[in-house]
Design a protein around this ligand. Structure first.
Ligand SMILES: [Zn+2]
Ligand SMILES: [Zn+2]
Length: 105
C-alpha cells in the first residue's frame, strides 16, 4: 500500500460532530443537562465543545488560550478522521462555515 499521490479527502464536513465525545458537563457553565457536542470555528481551525442546551441556545462558547485551543482542534481532527493539513485545506475551501468565529483569549 502506498500513499504516494493520495489526495486528502476534501468531502469532510468540519462541523460534523457525530464522532465527537460529549463530556460530563457543559464546558461553559458545568451544567449537566441537555449536553451535546457542538462545533466551534476559531481562527486556528474548527474544534468541538460540549455545551448544555442553555449555553448552546445562547451562543456561549468556552474561552481557551491558544495552545489549549490548538490541542482541541487536533482532537476534533481525530474525530473527523483527518489531519491538520487536511483541515487547513478544508478551511481554505469552506470560507463560509455559517457559524460564528470564536477567538482565543
Ligand atoms: Zn452551559
Ligand atoms: Zn470533535
Amino acid at each position: 500500500m502506498t500513499t504516494t499521490g493520495r489526495r486528502p479527502n476534501l468531502d469532510v464536513d468540519l462541523l460534523d460532530t457525530r464522532n465527537c465525545n460529549v463530556r460530563l458537563a457543559c464546558e461553559c457553565c458545568q451544567s449537566r443537562s441537555e449536553l451535546a457536542a457542538s462545533a466551534c470555528h476559531t481562527p486556528l481551525g474548527v474544534l468541538c465543545v460540549t455545551l448544555c442546551g442553555t449555553c448552546s441556545r445562547a451562543g456561549k462558547r468556552p474561552h481557551w488560550s491558544g495552545p489549549r485551543g490548538a490541542d482541541r482542534i487536533g482532537e476534533h481532527c481525530l474525530h473527523l478522521g483527518i489531519d491538520r493539513a487536511t483541515m487547513s485545506a478544508l478551511l481554505a475551501q469552506q470560507q463560509d462555515l455559517d457559524v460564528p468565529e470564536v477567538w482565543f483569549y
